[in-house]
Design a protein around this ligand. Structure first.
Ligand code: FDA
Length: 306
């Protein structure tokens, strides 16, 4: 219920204006978002890499409605990749890209061309790209574009969402040699016709998908903060004889940093998903919706500002 309310707020421009201009917002945003500029992203990446973590950087923004806007997003990624190479932060740092930010909703070909340019820049910088997955209406288009990109850039990563009923089959399809697949639960509000609705069903699906990926030939990227699923993944990775260079854990910036350190100290490869940019509102609201306990953090920030 609370999750639905917060997700509804994430689409309200009135609440967006209120949150963006509130004096306490900065502290809350800073916990989950690296900052607004490329330099902010580079600074946070340098720190994470120095701490022994890998990074996937996401330039925030998903409501691209014009070709010019899509080109600007592409150029932001090109500048970021140049900066990462110059700072010697590749290969530990890669980038995550939303095709909707590159024009997918109104011109699939433009989105593919923009993604190709970003993949080429990533290859030149000595790193990779992962295509974030968005709501289920975009899944087929995203997987089609991924297949195209992988012809020239086989290291391009996919994301599959365990809450979708189709995902176990997609895992089988993508568990091929060299195929990088991030498995997450899924962050969008989806109808019952395509997605499991209860947490238990989603968790069970996650474990089935995890087994398929770990048993397969690809490179699984296990993206969750869920202690039970992390423990299962640690256990199954041993069962399938996966060494630390054959899979990785991924967690979001600012979420369970102690667990990020624990996994890395235990010898696992750990990648932190690091968002930055001025368009942080939708991202922040999804994090709050996932874990309403984060609202307590929000409330504390408000209280201490009073
Ligand atoms: P969930 O939110 O169900 O939490 C399960 C348990 O984890 C909680 O009960 C608690 O014990 C612990 N926990 C969670 N958050 C915590 C916190 N803040 N502090 C302490 N404990 C906490 N989604 C998508 O649709 N497309 C995508 O491309 C991506 N990409 C992506 C990349 C990465 C690296 C991550 C980690 C996640 C995504 N996601 C995503 C988001 C994902 O789908 C999902 O919404 C969130 O990860 C939340 O799900 P969890 O698996 O963390 O468990």
């Amino acid at each position: 219920m609370l999750r639905s309310v917060i997700l509804a707020a994430s689409r309200s421009s009135r609440i967006e204006r209120l949150v963006e201009t509130a004096p306490f917002t900065r502290d809350v945003v800073r916990r989950f978002v690296a900052g607004t500029t490329t330099d902010d992203a580079l600074r946070a990446t340098r720190q994470l890499v120095a701490d022994g973590l890998a990074v996937s950087i996401d330039h925030l923004g998903e409501d691209t409605v014009s070709g010019d806007q899509a080109t600007a997003v592409r150029d932001e990624y090109l500048a970021l990749l140049g900066g990462l190479a110059e700072a010697g932060l590749t290969p530990p740092a890669e980038v995550s890209v939303k095709l909707s930010a590159l024009g997918q909703k109104f011109d699939e070909r433009l989105a593919r061309e923009n993604a190709q340019a970003i993949c080429a820049a990533a290859a030149a910088a000595g790193t990779t790209v992962t295509l974030d997955m968005e709501d289920h209406t975009t899944t087929d288009s995203t997987l089609d574009i991924l297949a195209e990109l992988r012809k020239d850039f086989p290291g391009t990563g996919a994301v599959l969402q365990a809450y979708l009923r189709r995902t176990e089959a997609d895992c089988r399809e993508l568990a091929t040699p060299g195929s990088r697949v991030r498995l997450c639960k899924g962050a969008y509000k989806e109808p019952e016709s395509v997605a499991y609705q209860s947490a238990r069903e989603v968790d069970k699906s996650y474990v089935r998908c995890l087994n398929v990926l770990l048993a397969g030939q690809g490179y699984p990227m296990i993206a969750t903060h869920d202690p039970r699923l992390i423990a299962i993944a640690e256990d199954r990775s041993r069962w399938f004889d996966r060494t630390p260079d054959q899979f990785e854990f991924q967690l979001l910036y600012g979420v369970r940093p102690d667990e990020q350190a624990r996994l890395a100290e235990g010898g696992h490869t750990v990648r932190v998903y690091l968002p930055y940019g001025t368009d942080w509102y939708g991202y922040l609201m999804r994090r709050l919706a996932e874990r309403p306990a984060n609202l307590a953090f929000f409330a504390r920030a408000v209280a201490t500002r009073r």
